[in-house]
Design a protein around this ligand. Structure first.
Ligand SMILES: Nc1ncnc2c1ncn2[C@@H]1O[C@H](COP(=O)(O)OP(=O)(O)OP(=O)(O)O)[C@@H](O)[C@H]1O
Length: 293
Protein backbone atom coordinates (compact mmCIF):
# COMPACT_ATOMS: atom_id res chain seq x y z
CA UNK A 1 0.00 0.00 0.00
CA UNK A 2 2.73 2.42 0.90
CA UNK A 3 4.17 2.28 -2.58
CA UNK A 4 0.90 2.21 -4.44
CA UNK A 5 -1.28 4.53 -2.41
CA UNK A 6 1.44 7.06 -1.74
CA UNK A 7 2.00 7.17 -5.44
CA UNK A 8 -1.70 7.78 -5.91
CA UNK A 9 -1.30 11.54 -5.46
CA UNK A 10 -2.35 14.04 -6.63
CA UNK A 11 -5.80 13.81 -5.16
CA UNK A 12 -7.13 16.13 -7.83
CA UNK A 13 -7.12 13.23 -10.24
CA UNK A 14 -10.33 11.81 -8.85
CA UNK A 15 -12.00 15.21 -8.77
CA UNK A 16 -11.21 15.54 -12.44
CA UNK A 17 -13.28 12.40 -12.91
CA UNK A 18 -10.49 10.33 -14.37
CA UNK A 19 -11.59 7.10 -12.76
CA UNK A 20 -14.77 5.08 -12.64
CA UNK A 21 -16.11 2.53 -15.07
CA UNK A 22 -14.24 1.14 -18.02
CA UNK A 23 -13.43 3.55 -20.78
CA UNK A 24 -13.60 2.60 -24.38
CA UNK A 25 -10.51 1.00 -25.82
CA UNK A 26 -9.82 -1.07 -28.86
CA UNK A 27 -11.31 -4.16 -27.28
CA UNK A 28 -14.63 -2.58 -26.27
CA UNK A 29 -16.26 -0.84 -23.33
CA UNK A 30 -17.00 -3.94 -21.25
CA UNK A 31 -13.40 -5.09 -21.25
CA UNK A 32 -11.60 -4.79 -17.95
CA UNK A 33 -8.19 -6.35 -18.59
CA UNK A 34 -6.43 -7.12 -21.88
CA UNK A 35 -3.16 -9.04 -21.90
CA UNK A 36 -1.57 -9.42 -25.31
CA UNK A 37 1.35 -11.74 -25.96
CA UNK A 38 2.84 -10.78 -22.60
CA UNK A 39 6.40 -11.75 -21.91
CA UNK A 40 8.29 -10.77 -18.79
CA UNK A 41 11.90 -11.47 -17.85
CA UNK A 42 13.67 -10.86 -14.58
CA UNK A 43 17.10 -9.90 -15.91
CA UNK A 44 18.57 -11.95 -18.72
CA UNK A 45 17.99 -15.41 -17.37
CA UNK A 46 14.51 -15.83 -15.88
CA UNK A 47 11.55 -15.78 -18.26
CA UNK A 48 8.71 -15.60 -15.75
CA UNK A 49 5.92 -15.04 -18.30
CA UNK A 50 6.02 -16.32 -21.82
CA UNK A 51 3.48 -15.27 -24.47
CA UNK A 52 0.36 -14.86 -22.30
CA UNK A 53 -2.80 -13.56 -23.95
CA UNK A 54 -6.20 -13.19 -22.31
CA UNK A 55 -9.12 -10.83 -21.88
CA UNK A 56 -11.16 -10.31 -18.74
CA UNK A 57 -14.58 -8.70 -18.91
CA UNK A 58 -15.83 -6.16 -16.44
CA UNK A 59 -17.40 -7.90 -13.42
CA UNK A 60 -15.71 -11.24 -14.07
CA UNK A 61 -14.17 -13.25 -11.28
CA UNK A 62 -11.01 -15.06 -12.30
CA UNK A 63 -8.74 -17.33 -10.25
CA UNK A 64 -5.11 -17.85 -11.21
CA UNK A 65 -3.59 -21.17 -10.18
CA UNK A 66 -0.33 -22.99 -10.84
CA UNK A 67 2.65 -24.47 -9.06
CA UNK A 68 5.16 -22.39 -7.11
CA UNK A 69 7.18 -20.30 -9.52
CA UNK A 70 4.62 -20.65 -12.34
CA UNK A 71 4.42 -16.86 -12.73
CA UNK A 72 1.18 -16.03 -10.91
CA UNK A 73 2.45 -13.11 -8.83
CA UNK A 74 4.48 -11.81 -11.74
CA UNK A 75 1.30 -11.72 -13.83
CA UNK A 76 -0.62 -9.98 -11.04
CA UNK A 77 2.09 -7.35 -10.63
CA UNK A 78 1.75 -6.44 -14.30
CA UNK A 79 -1.80 -5.30 -13.68
CA UNK A 80 -0.98 -2.27 -11.54
CA UNK A 81 2.27 -1.40 -13.23
CA UNK A 82 4.62 -2.55 -10.46
CA UNK A 83 6.13 -4.55 -13.31
CA UNK A 84 5.73 -3.69 -16.99
CA UNK A 85 6.03 -6.07 -19.93
CA UNK A 86 9.33 -7.03 -21.49
CA UNK A 87 7.25 -7.88 -24.56
CA UNK A 88 3.57 -7.53 -25.48
CA UNK A 89 1.19 -5.26 -23.57
CA UNK A 90 -1.21 -5.07 -20.66
CA UNK A 91 -4.23 -2.78 -20.71
CA UNK A 92 -6.33 -2.20 -17.58
CA UNK A 93 -9.58 -0.32 -17.84
CA UNK A 94 -8.37 1.13 -21.11
CA UNK A 95 -4.93 2.18 -19.86
CA UNK A 96 -1.75 0.65 -21.24
CA UNK A 97 0.29 -0.06 -18.10
CA UNK A 98 3.56 0.77 -19.83
CA UNK A 99 2.34 4.27 -20.65
CA UNK A 100 0.88 5.32 -17.33
CA UNK A 101 2.52 5.77 -13.94
CA UNK A 102 1.65 3.54 -11.00
CA UNK A 103 -0.06 6.56 -9.46
CA UNK A 104 -2.57 6.62 -12.31
CA UNK A 105 -3.04 2.86 -12.40
CA UNK A 106 -3.66 2.80 -8.63
CA UNK A 107 -7.01 4.44 -9.25
CA UNK A 108 -8.03 1.51 -11.47
CA UNK A 109 -6.41 -1.54 -9.89
CA UNK A 110 -6.19 -2.39 -6.21
CA UNK A 111 -3.54 -4.97 -5.42
CA UNK A 112 -3.49 -6.96 -2.20
CA UNK A 113 0.07 -8.16 -1.79
CA UNK A 114 0.88 -11.78 -1.02
CA UNK A 115 2.73 -10.64 2.09
CA UNK A 116 0.70 -7.96 3.93
CA UNK A 117 3.86 -6.61 5.52
CA UNK A 118 4.87 -5.35 2.06
CA UNK A 119 1.72 -3.26 2.07
CA UNK A 120 0.89 -2.05 5.58
CA UNK A 121 2.63 0.98 7.02
CA UNK A 122 0.28 2.94 9.31
CA UNK A 123 0.14 2.74 13.09
CA UNK A 124 -3.50 1.78 13.36
CA UNK A 125 -5.84 -0.27 11.27
CA UNK A 126 -8.16 2.71 10.91
CA UNK A 127 -5.36 4.92 9.58
CA UNK A 128 -4.17 2.17 7.27
CA UNK A 129 -7.55 1.67 5.66
CA UNK A 130 -8.13 5.43 5.42
CA UNK A 131 -4.85 6.08 3.65
CA UNK A 132 -5.87 4.91 0.17
CA UNK A 133 -9.21 6.72 -0.20
CA UNK A 134 -7.70 9.90 1.22
CA UNK A 135 -4.84 9.81 -1.27
CA UNK A 136 -7.19 9.07 -4.10
CA UNK A 137 -8.97 12.32 -3.30
CA UNK A 138 -12.34 11.14 -2.09
CA UNK A 139 -14.29 13.80 -0.18
CA UNK A 140 -13.95 13.12 3.59
CA UNK A 141 -17.53 11.89 4.09
CA UNK A 142 -17.26 9.46 1.16
CA UNK A 143 -13.84 8.28 2.36
CA UNK A 144 -15.31 7.63 5.83
CA UNK A 145 -18.17 5.69 4.29
CA UNK A 146 -15.79 3.57 2.20
CA UNK A 147 -13.53 2.91 5.18
CA UNK A 148 -16.45 1.89 7.40
CA UNK A 149 -17.79 -0.42 4.73
CA UNK A 150 -14.38 -2.01 4.09
CA UNK A 151 -13.80 -2.56 7.82
CA UNK A 152 -17.23 -4.12 8.22
CA UNK A 153 -16.75 -6.38 5.19
CA UNK A 154 -13.51 -7.75 6.63
CA UNK A 155 -14.71 -8.02 10.24
CA UNK A 156 -12.26 -5.39 11.49
CA UNK A 157 -14.63 -2.67 12.69
CA UNK A 158 -13.79 -3.18 16.36
CA UNK A 159 -10.05 -3.10 15.74
CA UNK A 160 -9.62 0.37 14.21
CA UNK A 161 -7.26 1.55 16.95
CA UNK A 162 -5.11 -1.57 16.97
CA UNK A 163 -1.62 -1.59 15.39
CA UNK A 164 -1.69 -3.97 12.39
CA UNK A 165 1.45 -5.67 13.64
CA UNK A 166 -0.37 -6.76 16.78
CA UNK A 167 -2.52 -9.01 14.63
CA UNK A 168 -1.79 -12.47 13.23
CA UNK A 169 -0.44 -12.60 9.65
CA UNK A 170 -3.84 -13.87 8.46
CA UNK A 171 -5.62 -10.93 10.10
CA UNK A 172 -3.01 -8.50 8.71
CA UNK A 173 -3.92 -9.87 5.31
CA UNK A 174 -7.53 -8.88 5.97
CA UNK A 175 -6.32 -5.35 6.82
CA UNK A 176 -4.58 -5.31 3.45
CA UNK A 177 -7.80 -6.45 1.78
CA UNK A 178 -9.78 -3.74 3.60
CA UNK A 179 -7.26 -1.10 2.50
CA UNK A 180 -7.83 -2.01 -1.12
CA UNK A 181 -11.60 -2.30 -0.78
CA UNK A 182 -11.73 1.21 0.66
CA UNK A 183 -10.11 2.57 -2.51
CA UNK A 184 -13.25 1.56 -4.43
CA UNK A 185 -11.32 0.57 -7.54
CA UNK A 186 -12.90 -1.16 -10.55
CA UNK A 187 -10.34 -4.01 -10.56
CA UNK A 188 -9.28 -5.88 -7.43
CA UNK A 189 -6.30 -8.23 -7.51
CA UNK A 190 -5.90 -10.56 -4.52
CA UNK A 191 -2.60 -12.39 -4.13
CA UNK A 192 -3.20 -15.50 -1.98
CA UNK A 193 -6.12 -14.02 0.00
CA UNK A 194 -7.01 -17.22 1.84
CA UNK A 195 -3.55 -18.19 3.14
CA UNK A 196 -3.84 -19.00 6.84
CA UNK A 197 -7.46 -17.85 7.14
CA UNK A 198 -9.98 -19.69 9.34
CA UNK A 199 -13.39 -20.84 8.12
CA UNK A 200 -15.16 -17.63 9.16
CA UNK A 201 -12.65 -15.44 7.32
CA UNK A 202 -12.76 -17.77 4.30
CA UNK A 203 -16.52 -17.44 4.09
CA UNK A 204 -16.18 -13.67 4.50
CA UNK A 205 -13.65 -13.48 1.68
CA UNK A 206 -15.91 -15.59 -0.51
CA UNK A 207 -18.83 -13.27 0.14
CA UNK A 208 -16.59 -10.32 -0.66
CA UNK A 209 -15.77 -11.77 -4.05
CA UNK A 210 -19.50 -12.28 -4.64
CA UNK A 211 -20.35 -8.73 -3.59
CA UNK A 212 -17.55 -7.08 -5.53
CA UNK A 213 -18.43 -8.81 -8.76
CA UNK A 214 -22.16 -8.27 -8.21
CA UNK A 215 -21.31 -4.56 -7.96
CA UNK A 216 -19.55 -4.73 -11.33
CA UNK A 217 -15.99 -4.94 -10.02
CA UNK A 218 -13.53 -7.31 -11.64
CA UNK A 219 -11.80 -9.69 -9.23
CA UNK A 220 -8.65 -11.61 -10.06
CA UNK A 221 -7.32 -13.85 -7.31
CA UNK A 222 -4.11 -15.81 -7.20
CA UNK A 223 -4.64 -18.86 -5.07
CA UNK A 224 -3.29 -22.23 -4.07
CA UNK A 225 -6.63 -22.90 -2.35
CA UNK A 226 -8.45 -25.00 -4.91
CA UNK A 227 -11.57 -25.35 -2.78
CA UNK A 228 -11.89 -21.55 -2.66
CA UNK A 229 -11.20 -21.48 -6.37
CA UNK A 230 -13.85 -24.10 -7.19
CA UNK A 231 -16.46 -22.62 -4.87
CA UNK A 232 -16.14 -18.96 -5.78
CA UNK A 233 -14.75 -18.58 -9.30
CA UNK A 234 -16.31 -19.13 -12.69
CA UNK A 235 -13.09 -18.94 -14.62
CA UNK A 236 -9.66 -20.31 -13.83
CA UNK A 237 -6.31 -19.57 -15.45
CA UNK A 238 -3.72 -22.31 -15.05
CA UNK A 239 -0.15 -21.07 -15.37
CA UNK A 240 2.71 -23.46 -15.90
CA UNK A 241 6.28 -22.30 -16.17
CA UNK A 242 5.25 -18.85 -17.36
CA UNK A 243 2.75 -20.08 -19.91
CA UNK A 244 -1.02 -20.08 -19.86
CA UNK A 245 -1.76 -23.80 -19.94
CA UNK A 246 -5.55 -23.57 -19.55
CA UNK A 247 -8.25 -20.90 -19.30
CA UNK A 248 -11.84 -21.91 -18.60
CA UNK A 249 -14.43 -23.09 -16.08
CA UNK A 250 -12.94 -24.71 -12.94
CA UNK A 251 -13.77 -28.32 -13.75
CA UNK A 252 -12.38 -28.05 -17.26
CA UNK A 253 -9.16 -26.51 -16.02
CA UNK A 254 -8.80 -29.00 -13.18
CA UNK A 255 -8.99 -31.74 -15.80
CA UNK A 256 -5.78 -30.28 -17.27
CA UNK A 257 -4.14 -30.23 -13.85
CA UNK A 258 -4.55 -33.85 -12.84
CA UNK A 259 -2.67 -33.69 -9.56
CA UNK A 260 -4.14 -30.35 -8.49
CA UNK A 261 -7.86 -30.70 -7.93
CA UNK A 262 -10.11 -30.09 -4.91
CA UNK A 263 -10.93 -33.15 -2.84
CA UNK A 264 -14.60 -33.17 -3.86
CA UNK A 265 -13.60 -33.22 -7.53
CA UNK A 266 -11.18 -36.08 -6.94
CA UNK A 267 -13.78 -38.02 -4.92
CA UNK A 268 -16.36 -37.51 -7.68
CA UNK A 269 -13.91 -38.90 -10.21
CA UNK A 270 -12.94 -41.84 -7.99
CA UNK A 271 -16.63 -42.68 -7.64
CA UNK A 272 -16.93 -42.71 -11.43
CA UNK A 273 -19.56 -39.97 -11.58
CA UNK A 274 -20.01 -38.50 -15.06
CA UNK A 275 -20.29 -34.99 -13.58
CA UNK A 276 -17.90 -33.96 -10.82
CA UNK A 277 -19.00 -31.84 -7.87
CA UNK A 278 -17.29 -28.45 -7.43
CA UNK A 279 -18.35 -27.74 -3.88
CA UNK A 280 -19.21 -29.73 -0.74
CA UNK A 281 -22.97 -28.96 -1.01
CA UNK A 282 -22.91 -30.08 -4.65
CA UNK A 283 -21.09 -33.24 -3.63
CA UNK A 284 -23.66 -34.05 -0.93
CA UNK A 285 -26.47 -33.39 -3.39
CA UNK A 286 -24.95 -35.68 -6.02
CA UNK A 287 -24.25 -38.35 -3.40
CA UNK A 288 -27.90 -38.31 -2.34
CA UNK A 289 -29.05 -38.57 -5.94
CA UNK A 290 -26.71 -41.48 -6.69
CA UNK A 291 -27.75 -43.23 -3.47
CA UNK A 292 -31.40 -42.76 -4.39
CA UNK A 293 -30.81 -44.66 -7.54
N1 LIG B 1 12.49 -10.53 -8.18
C1 LIG B 1 12.77 -11.62 -8.88
N2 LIG B 1 13.99 -11.75 -9.46
C2 LIG B 1 14.30 -12.83 -10.20
N3 LIG B 1 13.44 -13.85 -10.42
C3 LIG B 1 12.22 -13.77 -9.86
C4 LIG B 1 11.83 -12.66 -9.05
N4 LIG B 1 10.57 -12.85 -8.65
C5 LIG B 1 10.18 -14.03 -9.15
N5 LIG B 1 11.17 -14.59 -9.88
C6 LIG B 1 11.12 -15.84 -10.62
O1 LIG B 1 10.09 -15.73 -11.60
C7 LIG B 1 9.37 -16.95 -11.72
C8 LIG B 1 7.90 -16.70 -11.42
O2 LIG B 1 7.80 -16.30 -10.04
P1 LIG B 1 6.40 -15.88 -9.40
O3 LIG B 1 6.69 -15.38 -8.02
O4 LIG B 1 5.67 -15.00 -10.32
O5 LIG B 1 5.65 -17.29 -9.33
P2 LIG B 1 4.35 -17.69 -8.51
O6 LIG B 1 3.57 -18.58 -9.41
O7 LIG B 1 3.67 -16.48 -8.00
O8 LIG B 1 4.97 -18.53 -7.30
P3 LIG B 1 4.44 -18.73 -5.80
O9 LIG B 1 3.18 -19.54 -5.89
O10 LIG B 1 5.55 -19.48 -5.15
O11 LIG B 1 4.23 -17.36 -5.20
C9 LIG B 1 10.04 -17.92 -10.76
O12 LIG B 1 11.01 -18.65 -11.49
C10 LIG B 1 10.72 -17.03 -9.75
O13 LIG B 1 11.84 -17.65 -9.17
Amino acid sequence: MAAVAAAARPAARRRRGLRGGPRPDQAGAAVSIVVEDLTFRYGERVTALDGISLTVELGERVAVIGANGAGKSTLARQLNGILTPTGGRVVVNGLDTARHPISRLAAEVGYVFQNPDDQLHARTIGAEVHFGPRNLGFPPARARELVDRALAATGLTDLVDVHPHHLSPARRKLVAVASVLAMDVPIVVLDEPTAGQDRVALDGLGRLVDELTAAGRTVLAITHDLDFCAERFDRVLLLDNGRLLADGPPLEVFARAAERVPQVVRLSRELGWPTAARTVPQFVDLLRRHAAG
